[in-house]
Design a protein around this ligand. Structure first.
Ligand code: OOG
Ligand code: NI
Length: 467
């Protein structure tokens, strides 16, 4: 009898195909993204050549293979119905909602989650993530505009009938059939492409734009166009420096922590959106030509995931840096900011062993082939004697509000917030139709299961006496 599981395309394979198809599409839609990919690949090859230890570590964790295909994207949705159906699509590709992000603290009228693979094996196979925001209509202060937005969103359907049918059939069958995989990917891809024909008149577009540019971007179009795709680099400073030569002008300051020997969390930089031609229907069969500016380019360098204690230290140091030097939007004090960041973050331990010992970051544990661990069973002691090697667990999530959010909370700028964080998360989860996973739990479980496996391996080696 044929293996039953063979008739379904595995989620990991669908996600890899989806990620590759998105990348090819975005390359066609936003040519600077193609330039950026080439630069990132060149820098990554140089970095791997210059740092054999980093190369060995990435090889060990399986990240070397996934590196050139690694990227994240972002989309913005208008309604709970869109969000919950999106969740069902992503689930078929092995992508699950992790984390809740309240972007109102950064002055954006949205909240969000990230759809991503969760298990170690799935991350290794393909780590494609999509940051997915949902508009908070309740934050549109202009009553008439709020009603208009709800009305426009109510009337659109961002999913084709083909896609809705494929998703329902796949859910009922327990997966996407192998012979439907290409049609499924094509139908999903179609949701995220750019559509130059707007949903609203030029006049209504301008009204949304003047309330908030994000609202115009979400409400006025027929689909949630992918707004950026971000490749992962091993040396963001080198990419930042190399961009102008390729005609790309990045923002002056790299967001996140400073350059370190042991990278933590996430460092990101972006370059400006392109303006795209749009046709705004006048309502009488004619249309008005205009432009829309929303899509941009971004790169990132990923470091180790931090524990809650590590994250608290990171937040405190970033906030202290910003109290010293607030980066100006025009980049005029970029060097002073970089210097302050470097100086303040000197307090954050920059050795893997120290980060582990102080419980600031997450690791997996690997018994080295060196020698017999003897009778010693304490992991800490075995790490010190070199019998157990620590491998940092990569941060797989996002930091979209760290910069702006910390600044605003320092200023106590929280007027107008009528809901607490927990209430809003619960409301978001109701619309999503599922709870979001807590990123910290995901990392803690990866660390714990690795600890247990390593301890079992130590025990096995001690009892057999093998070296
Ligand atoms: C949200 C962007 C969030 C990141 O890298 O932090 C994100 C958006 O602009 O839609 O992609
Ligand atoms: Ni991004």
């Amino acid at each position: 009898m044929a293996d039953e599981t063979q008739k379904f395309a595995p989620g990991d394979a669908l996600r890899a195909a989806f990620s590759a198809a998105m990348s090819a599409m975005y390359r066609r839609e936003v040519p600077a993204y193609g330039e950026l990919l080439e630069l990132v690949q060149a820098v990554n090859a140089d970095t791997l050549g210059a740092y054999p230890e980093l190369k060995a570590q990435l090889e060990r964790t399986g990240e070397l293979d996934r590196l050139s295909a690694e990227r994240h994207g972002a989309i913005r949705l208008g309604t709970g119905e869109e969000l919950s159906f999106m969740r069902r699509i992503f689930a078929l590709m092995g992508m699950f909602p992790v984390g809740y992000y309240d972007l109102t603290v950064a002055g954006l009228p949205v909240h969000a989650t990230a759809f991503r693979p969760v298990s170690g094996d799935s991350l290794k196979a393909n780590s494609f993530r999509i940051f997915c925001s949902l508009l908070r209509l309740d934050l549109i202060s202009d009553e008439a505009l709020r009603v208009d937005a709800a009305d426009v969103l109510e009337k659109r359907d961002i999913f084709s009938d083909t896609l809705r049918t494929l998703v329902r059939e796949a859910e009922a069958a327990g997966g996407v059939q192998v012979e439907e995989a290409d049609a499924f990917i094509a139908a999903v891809l179609d949701v995220f492409r750019w559509r130059s024909e707007a949903n609203v008149s030029a006049e209504l577009y301008e009204r949304f734009l003047s309330q908030h540019r994000l609202i115009a971007d979400i409400v006025c179009f027929k689909g949630p166009h992918i707004n950026h795709l971000t490749p992962r680099t091993l040396d963001i400073d080198a990419v930042q420096t190399g961009m102008p030569a390729r005609g790309i002008n990045p923002k002056a300051v790299i967001e996140g922590p400073p350059r370190r020997t042991c990278p933590i969390l996430l460092r990101q930089t972006a370059f400006k959106a392109l303006s795209e031609a749009v046709d705004f229907p006048d309502g009488d069969g004619t249309s008005t030509a205009g432009v829309h500016t929303a899509r941009f380019g971004e790169i990132e360098q990923r470091g180790v995931a931090l524990t809650p204690a590590g994250r608290a230290l990171y937040d405190a140091l970033l906030s202290r840096t910003r109290a010293e030097v607030m980066p100006a939007p025009d980049g005029s004090n970029a060097a002073a900011y970089a210097a302050a960041l470097e100086k303040v973050f000197a307090e954050f331990p920059d050795r893997w062993a120290a980060l582990h010992k102080q419980g600031l970051a997450y690791f997996t544990y690997h018994l080295t082939s060196a020698a017999n661990p003897g009778k010693q069973t304490s992991l800490d002691a075995l790490i010190e004697t070199g019998h157990v090697e620590l491998i940092p667990i990569t941060y797989e999530d996002f930091l979209p509000v760290s910069a702006a959010g910390i600044f605003r909370s320092n200023l106590g700028d929280e007027q107008g917030e009528s809901f607490t964080g927990e209430e809003m998360q619960a409301a978001f989860e109701r619309l999503l139709g599922a709870p979001v996973l807590d990123p910290d739990t995901v990392y803690a479980e990866l660390q714990q299961s690795s600890r247990e496996a390593c301890q079992a391996a130590i025990h096995a080696r001690q009892t057999t006496g093998a070296t």
